[in-house]
Design a protein around this ligand. Structure first.
Ligand code: MYA
Length: 338
């Protein structure tokens, strides 16, 4: 799908206040690492994740999403009564019902004619939310849309550590739960708008999506436990990424050297380096936040984008490729002209 009249008006990223290092987590599970003969600093060494952020206790996904949304609305300088839809894309949620979107809608005091709903698609949902918003804007259904995401990894990390300390934790189960220790917390929000209302906005050109749902079993998560076949997920994820990139080259006219920055879903060092090799991306054009933030699910792409902008790696007029992927497997790639 390509868009002619959609822009990103503002983008906000919130880093939770508490830093948790991979060494601290490894120290907590030391007895199990020793019992299973696993090297003490495996987590940091193979994932490249040095630390991640977590919220204070009792901070809900909606709290992070609300903080990010307040900042995005302020940066956009719009009256919140003009927002026609809010889409929450978090994997983490306050409750099974009601939706997290309706809690954020209530916190923000958005108008009663502002649509509010969650979109769930694992780590890919923020890009899906952007696409849904863009379609609504292009069709003149809404003038402004707010996409939010708040992820809270603390509870799953603690529950995983606790299970890993049980005497019955064997190597196979350890490997299946290992990816849970790479997760991090954070929140993001984006205002998208009709281009004629915000001519100085950053043009959202369009996106493509491909799926490989025969692999829906490779990473399955609950609130307190995630089971992942890390090796197969990496292999099949890369195949799907290559296929989606090919589709983006055809649909959006991408030529790898003509794109200025690649903002990719942040999983680990192995995933990032493998993707750069596969697609022949210049490492200078890929901003990595996983070393300091871990895998923040759907918030990865918007937070990495915000950080790259903040650091001056993305300038006005740059062609930016957003490369998202999520368990399922689903992969979307989109272009923004910053
Ligand atoms: S789901 C979240 C998925 N996240 C992860 O899988 C993160 C953790 N995984 C990793 O960092 C890599 O996959 C690893 C494999 C490093 C595991 N448990 O050479 P290797 C040991 C314990 O075989 P690699 C999501 O985000 C192994 O024994 N230990 O490793 C959804 C050895 O140790 P030693 C393990 O295959 C979307 C060492 O590591 C495990 O190269 C994601 C090296 O072994 C384990 N499970 O890496 C879709 N595995 O040296 C995928 C290995 O002591 C996306 N070891 O013998 C792909 C594309 C990315 C972006 C695309 C954007 C479009």
């Amino acid at each position: 799908m390509q868009f002619k009249n959609v822009v990103i008006q503002s983008l906000a990223a919130i880093e939770p206040p508490i830093r948790v290092t991979s060494r601290e987590i490894s120290e907590r599970i030391k007895p199990t690492l020793q019992r299973l003969g696993i090297r003490p600093n495996l987590l940091e060494e193979i994932s490249g994740i040095l630390e991640r952020r977590v919220w204070q206790a009792n901070t809900q996904p909606s709290d992070g999403a609300t903080m990010a949304a307040e900042r995005a609305i302020e940066d956009a300088g719009i009256d919140r009564s003009s927002i026609g839809v809010i889409i929450n894309t978090s994997v983490c949620r306050d409750f099974l019902e009601p939706s997290t979107a309706c809690i954020v809608h209530g916190n923000l005091g958005l108008p009663d004619n502002c649509l509010n709903f969650d979109v769930g698609n694992a780590c890919l949902a923020f890009l899906n939310g952007m696409d849904i918003a863009a379609r609504m804007i292009e069709r003149h259904e809404v003038e402004y849309a707010l996409i939010v995401d708040g992820e809270s990894s603390g509870p799953i990390t603690d529950a995983t550590v606790e299970r890993m300390l049980n005497d019955d934790m064997d190597e196979q189960q350890f490997r299946a739960e290992f990816a849970s220790l790479t997760l991090g917390s954070g929140a993001a929000a984006m205002i998208m708008a009709r281009k004629d209302l915000v001519p100085e906005g950053h043009a959202y050109r369009g996106s493509v999506t491909r799926s490989a749902t025969e692999f829906n079993y490779l990473c399955r998560g609950h609130m307190h436990q995630m089971m992942t076949d890390t090796r197969t997920l990496l292999t099949e994820g890369l195949k799907l990424a290559a296929k989606t990139f090919q589709a983006a080259c055809s649909a959006l006219g991408w030529v790898v050297d003509e794109l200025d920055q690649f903002v990719i879903h942040q999983v680990s060092k192995v995933h990032t380096e493998s993707l750069m090799d596969l697609l022949k991306l210049d490492p200078q054009k890929v901003h990595a936040i996983y070393p300091k933030m871990g895998n923040i699910g759907p918030a990865s792409v918007p937070i990495a984008l915000a950080k790259a902008v903040e650091m001056g790696k993305i300038n006005r007029g740059d062609r930016v490729a957003l490369l998202g992927i999520g368990s399922g497997l689903n992969c979307s790639m989109a272009e923004v002209v910053w």
